[in-house]
Design a protein around this ligand. Structure first.
Ligand code: DHK
Length: 152
């Protein structure tokens, strides 16, 4: 939804992503969450999208935010972090939002430990982007932009 000609999208980041930049930089890189959100806002602006960014380490907060997005947002970019691989309730909340979404992982989860190869979100996602680093969030916005179609 959002303004009549600027759809509003939500970029959701899950547990531990607040630690980006200092957390295992050899794996996740040196960009901070603040950098990610700045990149997201810049790309959204270029695409003509309004954007909200939300990060939480608490599953219930992520679920509440997804419930609230239904009816207020037009699509989602979701990096559910470790919850991707484990959380039925987060999957259910994404489904309940009835919003198109792009699943993003900074790393190529398929090159990593076997438990990261499973996603409880992928079969619901419009697209899955893994291993593109933090640019994956911008690519996710581009996928949503294409999906939402031309604006007046
Ligand atoms: C981030 C995490 O925190 C991990 O738990 C996932 C994902 C991978 C990422 O690559 O962005 O397994």
């Amino acid at each position: 939804m959002g303004g009549p000609d600027r759809p509003r999208v939500l970029v959701l980041n899950g547990p531990n992503l607040n630690m980006l930049g200092t957390r295992e930089p050899a794996i996740y890189g040196t960009h901070t969450l603040r950098d990610v959100e700045a990149l997201v806002r810049a790309r959204a602006h270029e695409l003509g999208l309004d954007v909200d960014c939300f990060q939480s380490n608490h599953e219930g907060e992520l679920i509440d935010t997804l419930h609230a997005a239904r009816g207020t947002h037009a699509g989602l970019v979701v990096n559910a972090a470790g919850l991707t691989h484990t959380s039925v309730v987060l999957r259910d909340a994404v489904a309940a939002s009835e919003l198109p979404f792009v699943e993003v992982h900074i790393t190529n989860v398929h090159k990593r430990e076997p438990f990261r190869h499973t996603s409880l979100l992928s079969d619901l996602a419009q697209a899955v982007i893994a291993g593109a680093g933090v640019r994956g969030y911008a690519f996710g916005l581009e996928v949503l932009d294409d999906l939402l179609g031309p604006r007046p």
